[in-house]
Design a protein around this ligand. Structure first.
Ligand SMILES: [Fe+2]
Length: 382
């Protein structure tokens, strides 16, 4: 009797409850009420406060009779120490829930502080996959970018500046409990930030759609996200007040995040983290510059998938057209075409390539990838 190979089991995890629609951020007291929150810390950064995005949220929390404080100490690329600082404020005010208002850095800081509230220790204890024993304390995440998807995904990124590394925590216990996806909150986002955060979404969708872990359900979400982002991103960059474009970009974030949380990503993300760690290139810029080069490298390994990507980007049916459409899109939305324009020199390529090969995203990339391939891809994008 022959032994059958074990059947493949597809697991789809959505730990976050998602509310979507214009003005939904004003309903922040509802999820706080559902978890019985009595003392809330709002986690944000000064730019978001100055943009007037936190005041209305505070008002709603006050109206609901819930005690709160504002912590506006979030920095871009938060470190383990930055998470500890936020957690100290949580402890000092005895908060029982967090409201994150901002981009990926604010939301990841809040997610990791919430992990410490439930599990103790340091963010370093939870680096890797499924290392968080107990569900994080409740976080209501209100993104002001569209976006990293940090409000939905089971991933958080923490910087380790001494080792030039970005550490990834992947766990369904390290997520926001609620995501309030309000396109109005992205209205004032400047064009360049709209462009790079939006490209992150497009890259999440493309990498999830073509990688080895993809399956029918995640592909349905990812291809929809590619279609939405390719249509909406140039419009949202050109006119931030185009709320149809803003709304469709946010829909792209939700679809892409649900897809890639369940499939992981690919070479672009494996290569982007070292660019952040070694050369301080913003995540969205790094993934945008790398995307067309990695698509070109991958297209022969999954030609039908890349045909579908080209079609979703309204670029015909040739996989090569998906690559050239991506180059044009990046130019159109004002992102530099080359890494050398982002302060990267050839000196760090070997070290970055070695770090990139440590990423779990290499193993799921559609085309087998060696260290030499990664070095060549960095050089092609330089
Ligand atoms: Fe990303």
């Amino acid at each position: 009797m022959s032994v059958a190979a074990p059947a493949r089991i597809d697991v789809f995890r959505i730990p976050t409850r998602i509310m979507f629609g214009r003005g939904v951020s004003e309903r922040v007291a509802e999820p706080l009420g559902q978890v019985g929150a009595k003392r809330v810390l709002i986690v944000t950064d000064p730019g978001v406060v100055n943009a007037g995005l936190v005041g209305p949220i505070e008002q709603r929390i006050r109206d609901a009779g819930i005690a709160y404080e504002v912590y506006d100490g979030v920095v871009p690329d938060p470190t383990v120490g930055d998470v500890d600082r936020c957690f100290e404020r949580v402890t000092a005010m005895k908060a029982d829930a967090l409201v994150a208002v901002g981009g990926g850095s604010s939301i990841d800081t809040a997610k990791m502080a919430a992990v410490l509230m439930a599990n103790g220790g340091s963010a370093l204890d939870y680096v890797g996959s499924d290392k968080v024993p107990k569900p994080a304390a409740p976080v209501v995440a209100i993104p002001t970018t569209a976006g990293t998807g940090a409000e939905i995904t089971i991933n958080s990124v923490i910087a380790d500046p001494e080792a030039h590394k970005k550490l990834v925590i992947i766990s369904p216990n390290a997520t926001a409990l609620f995501a309030l996806e309000d396109p109005d909150m992205t209205r004032g986002l400047p064009p360049f930030l709209t462009a790079i955060t939006g490209m992150d979404t497009l890259v999440h969708a493309v990498e999830s759609f073509v990688n080895k872990n993809t399956y029918a359900m995640t592909r349905a979400l990812a291809i929809e996200a590619i279609r939405d982002a390719a249509w909406a991103l140039p419009r949202a960059v050109k006119d931030g007040a185009d709320l149809d474009a803003r709304e469709r970009m946010m829909r792209a974030v939700v679809s892409a995040s649900l897809a890639f949380s369940n499939t992981r990503l690919g070479n672009v993300h494996a290569m982007a983290l070292p660019l952040g760690g070694w050369c301080h290139v913003a995540h969205g810029t790094a993934v945008a510059v790398l995307l067309p080069h990695v698509m070109d490298f991958n297209r022969t390994a999954a030609p039908e998938r890349f045909e579908a990507v080209a079609e979703a980007m309204d670029a015909g049916k040739d996989p090569r057209a998906a690559v050239s459409r991506t180059h044009r899109l990046i130019e159109e939305i004002g992102i530099p075409a080359r890494l050398s324009q982002c302060g990267v020199t050839g000196d760090t390529i070997q070290a970055m390539a070695k770090d990139a090969m440590q990423s779990g995203n290499i193993a799921v990339n559609p085309r087998e990838t060696t260290l030499a391939d990664i070095e060549a891809l960095y050089r092609a994008a330089l």
